[in-house]
Write a protein that binds this ligand. Structure first.
Ligand code: SF4
Length: 96
């Protein structure tokens, strides 16, 4: 049985491991990256001034977003990096 004292010793280790694994997660897309800029990627979709931007569209409701309900997720357009669920780029395709 885990005593209360042991529990408080274990919890920080577990959370440290969890944050460490998140820390090794893929880098986030930098909107200033050449590819991101060419696709008019913005971390906050509502700030997009792109002609193709439709109000309400964002990575979270894009067909290509791989993050499900997560705040950050993968996108094949930016392989190896993560995009924000609130972001938008000109390759946005309405989720089917
Ligand atoms: S293709 Fe879709 S999921 Fe990927 S960055 Fe653009 S809007 Fe976001």
């Amino acid at each position: 049985m885990t005593t209360r004292r042991e529990f408080f010793k274990i919890v920080p280790i577990v959370s440290l491991a969890a944050s460490a694994s998140t820390g090794f997660a893929q880098a986030k897309v930098d909107p200033k990256d050449a590819q991101a800029a060419s696709l008019a990627y913005v971390e906050d979709a509502t700030t997009s001034k792109h002609a193709k931007y439709v109000k309400g569209s964002a990575c979270a409701n894009c067909q290509l977003y791989q993050g499900a309900a997560a705040p950050w997720g993968g996108c094949p357009i930016f392989a190896g990096k993560q995009v924000s669920a609130k972001a938008w780029c000109s390759a946005w395709v309405k989720k089917a």
